[in-house]
Structure formats: C-alpha cells, structure tokens
Design a protein around this ligand. Structure first.
Ligand code: HMG
Length: 384
C-alpha cells in the first residue's frame, strides 16, 4: 500500500505580540500562573489588516515556493474563526496564491478538530489518486472576553501542510481512534466575536475525549502505547498537554514522562492557542527541535470542543531534517512587534460591520493583507 502523509508543513503568525507578563502584572496576577500554571509566555495578536486568510496564505506560500503546484487539485481550509458564513476562506487564499483554476476548495469546521478532519480527508483524496497532492491550511484567531479566565489563552496562527504519497516528513498510519459527544464546553454563537467557554468543563471534556479515542484506537487495532516514541497533543495552552499525558498514563497504566512531548511546546508557548493549527504547530516544533525522530512513531491527539477527538499515529521519515524551517519560523516569532495593553484592548474591541465600506490601515509586514470591505465583500491583496 502507498504510504501517504505530510510531505511538508510551514507556520505563520501575526505582526503583533502581547507579553503575558504584562497582562499578569496589569491584572494583579502572579506571572508564574501564566508561565507555569498555563505554560504560556506570549500570545500573537492580529493587526486590523491580518486575519485567518492572510495567515493561511502566508503559511502556504513557502510550501508552493518549494514544491510548486503540480498535482494540487484540492485546498481544504480548516478554521473556527471563519470570515464568511458561506464562502470558504480558502477561495481568498486560492486567489492570493495564484493557484490553478482546476481545483476544489472547501472550508472545514469542528472547533480545533477541523484541521484533523481536513488532514484525514486529504489522505483519502491521495489514496484514491496518488498523483494528487492536497493543500491543507489550518488558521485561527483565538479570542475570549477581555478580563476573562480565557484571556491569557488567546493567540493566533496558521499551519499549512502539503499532503502527498511517499511523504518526506510524516507517514500517517491508517488506524485512528475517534470520539464524539455533544457537550457545551466551548462554542461561539453566530453573533459573537468571542468564544463562550466553561473552562472547567472544557478540561474534563478534553481528557474524556482522549481516553475514549485511545480506547477506540486500541479496539481498532492501533499499536500498543509502548510502541509510541513521542506524543503531540492539541495545546490550547501547553500545560493542557501535560495534563493529557498524565491522563493517558493513568488510563493505560504506562509510564509516560514529559520528555516524550517537551519538544512540542516551543512554538505554542509563544503563539498562544491557534485552535485548528495548534496540534500542527506542536508537530512543527517537535520536528524542528528533536534530531532523533527518523523512523520513530508519534502519537497525535486532536481535540475540538463541542466535542470531537481523534488519536492517530505517524512515522517520521528518514531525512526529515532537510525540510525543517526552524530558522525562518523562529525569526518570524522573534520579529513580532510588541503591542502595549491599551493598543491591544483597542484592537480587541474593534468591529467593522460588513454593510459599510471600510479601508484597513496598512500595518502588517506579511506577504498578504486584508484591505478592507468594499461593496459588502472582503478584499485581500499582496503587500507591496
Ligand atoms: P483559571 O481559572 O484562570 O485558572 O482558568 P486556574 O485557577 O485553574 O489556574 C490555572 C493553573 O495555574 C492551575 O494549574 C493553577 O494551579 C496554576 P493546574 O492545577 O490546573 O495544574 N497556578 C499557578 N501556577 C504557578 N504559580 C502560580 C499559580 N497560580 C495558579 N502563582 C482555564 C484556566 C484553562 C480554565 C482558562 O484559561 C480558560 O477557560 N481557558 C479557555 C478554555 C481552554 O483553553 N480549555 C482547554 C480545553 S478545551 C480545548 O482545548 C478546546 C479549545 O482549544 C477550543 C476549540 O476546540 O475550539 C479551547
């Protein structure tokens, strides 16, 4: 059988960053609560001319520069911070990147799980025709109410992945364990720009989905836990992944130490929650920071509130180090411009109704920008 998986992946984030130490000090909270208690250092914040489309296009650009567009017939865009109720954000990206006209483009939604649904679907497209390659883009802006418990777990970012036969990075194995349950742990009503969340319930729903998905993985013929060399979990904040590994160890009786996932945290500590992109930003961090992965098996757990979970595994391909983008990713993260709290709060509260023409100020230094709203439609452009 043809091996199929992630041939390449790249990450993009925003122009601005907010330091959680500043947020803690302003709120009269011990900064250690955020740094250690949540495992977060900073959070990316989009400018008025950035959104899921600009980040998604920015993440996908280096993949196309490296591999071209041959065989790409499908673009799957996963997000839970969609910019339109009807049109896929992927179509804006398709135009910005000059992708071929002969393509299918669609948006996937199920909270943070959407990218895994897109990835699994991409594997199916390639299994049907191994000549085809699929561009999967996950991109999100995580927003909670100012002053809420969720505020320090905001963030923004995108990960683009090229899914292909005979992949250079990670072969995804066919067995998956899945879990679904209708639960009100986190959602975002149509008339709200911020998520509604029951924080406590969200933690137990995440851990419950993990054990259900693990049991299903085992029942479906998945490998034993001792055959998994590294773990990579969805990271709404990195401490959650530590709780997940502890939960899995208790559930299975295995001894699992944080060394098995430590290398997955570097990017998400900086970006904050990137919802659909979070698991794959964790994977990018693992591939970039661990030199001893060739031939090793990674166990991945994807969680999306509401709630759906999936546990699956991938085998790292020999030579994966040659495709890494650690330098450019670190430069992008380090190059973000600090946003003071008053400006952050002003940006957080800014709303632009879709029935009024509006021109976005030019701020971002990324490759693409949201130009504003004209004739009720969103306009995007490459930056000069
Ligand atoms: P909270 O009430 O601020 O936090 O809410 P807390 O009081 O529970 O403290 C957090 C941790 O900091 C605790 O650690 C404290 O002990 C520790 P724990 O006991 O849990 O290990 N702490 C300190 N540590 C060191 N020094 C100190 C100190 N003080 C306290 N001085 C909560 C936390 C996560 C609930 C909140 O931030 C929240 O509601 N976040 C949003 C929801 C969320 O991220 N849920 C995660 C699971 S659901 C999910 O992953 C899906 C999601 O990504 C969305 C989607 O699927 O679309 C969110």
């Amino acid at each position: 059988m043809t091996s199929i998986g992630i041939h390449d992946l790249a990450l993009a984030t925003t122009h601005h960053v907010v330091d959680l130490a500043e947020l803690a000090e302003d709120a009269g909270v011990d900064p250690a609560k955020y740094h250690i208690g949540l495992g977060q250092d900073r959070m990316s914040v989009p400018t008025a001319d950035e959104d899921i489309v600009t980040m998604g296009a920015e993440a996908a650009l280096p993949l196309l520069q490296r591999h071209g567009t041959d065989g790409i017939r499908t673009l799957l865009f996963a997000t839970e911070s969609g910019v339109d109720q009807s049109k896929s954000a992927g179509l804006f990206v398709h135009e910005l990147l000059g992708l071929p006209r002969t393509m299918r483009v669609v948006e996937f939604k199920q909270a943070c799980y959407g990218a895994t649904a897109a990835l699994q679907s991409a594997l199916g497209f390639v299994a049907r025709n191994p000549q085809e390659r699929v561009l999967v883009i996950s991109s999100d802006v995580a927003r909670y109410e100012l002053g809420s418990a969720g505020e320090p777990t905001q963030g923004a970012g995108a990960v683009a992945m090229l899914v292909a036969a005979d992949p250079a990075l990670l072969e995804i194995e066919p067995v998956s364990g899945v879990a679904a349950r209708d639960v009100d742990d986190f959602w975002r009503p149509n008339d709200s720009t911020t998520a509604v969340v029951d924080g406590r319930l969200s933690l137990t729903a995440y851990l419950g989905a993990l054990t259900t998905a693990w049991d299903d993985f085992t029942a479906a013929g998945g490998v034993g836990i001792e055959q998994i060399d590294r773990f990579c979990f969805h990271q709404p904040f990195t401490k959650m992944a530590r709780k997940a590994l502890t939960g899995l160890a208790q559930h299975t009786g295995a001894t699992l130490t944080d060394e098995l996932q430590e290398a997955t945290f570097a990017y998400n500590r900086e970006l904050g929650n990137t919802y659909t992109a979070s698991l794959y930003a964790g994977l990018a961090s693992l591939l970039d920071h661990d030199d001893d992965l060739a031939g090793r098996r990674i166990g991945l757990f994807s969680y999306g509130s509401g709630a759906v979970g999936e546990f699956f595994t991938g085998l790292v391909r020999p030579g994966y180090q040659q495709l890494r983008r650690r330098e450019s990713t670190e430069a992008q993260i380090a190059g973000r411009v600090r946003l003071g709290l008053p400006a952050y709060r002003e940006l957080h509260g800014a709303e632009h109704p879709s029935d009024t023409d509006w021109e976005a100020p030019s701020v971002t230094e990324g490759a693409f920008r949201f130009a504003g709203i004209r004739d009720r439609a969103r306009r995007y452009e490459a930056t000069p």
